[in-house]
Design a protein around this ligand. Sequence first.
Ligand code: C5P
Length: 227
Amino acid sequence: NPPVVIAIDGPSGAGKSTAAKAVARRLGIGYLDTGAMYRAATWWVLHKNISLTPGEIDDAAVTAAVREMDLQMPLDPDQQTIRLAGEDITQAIRSSEIARKVSALSTNLEVRDILVARQKAIIAGARPGIVAEGRDITTVVAPEAQVRILLTASAQARLARRAAQTRGKVDAQALAQTRQEVVGRDEKDSTVVNFTDPEPGVELLDTSDLNIEQVVDKIMALVPLDG
Ligand code: C5P
């Protein structure tokens, strides 16, 4: 049987990761965090002293580094340790430096081709299935997925969630700092991938006024029952 594939896209702070992991757990299938792959590639490029500062980027060097990156992605939603070249980079890829620089890497179209090919291979081999989340899963990585969802939320809701997640609070200062990080990143990302308007066949799910259980229930309702 071909794998059951659930594709979830959306901007940062829409609640993709939490929802995708919960759905994978409920269905007993795998979970692929494609954003973590772009973050890992960013860590690897910087680790090799290749610049990702606008104006001094050597595209060929960046692409070559990503091509030889030895990254094994965990597929268990409850075991998301990420190792690269023998190092545990799980925490390191969540740093603000990686968040600031990842778009400079992910907007390189050759880099995208390399990572998309790896993601397609992981999904094709996943049994009995997988929930994959990112920015281009419903459109590029797995357009054939049985379930395709675009998660959105108001800018206000997304900011509050990200601030709580990365700073542990949602006061004015945390919101202002988070706005700088997130709005800039989404703007840069959206120059090469469209994750704001759903393509035909993609369900738009606005999570602004939903809690996590409600989001998971709505996604589960879209999953076809087999047997
Ligand atoms: O989802 P997360 O915020 O961890 O993604 C980090 C970055 O990886 C995004 O800001 C974007 O630049 C890139 N990304 C992407 N395509 C995906 C997933 C993530 O370009 N499918």
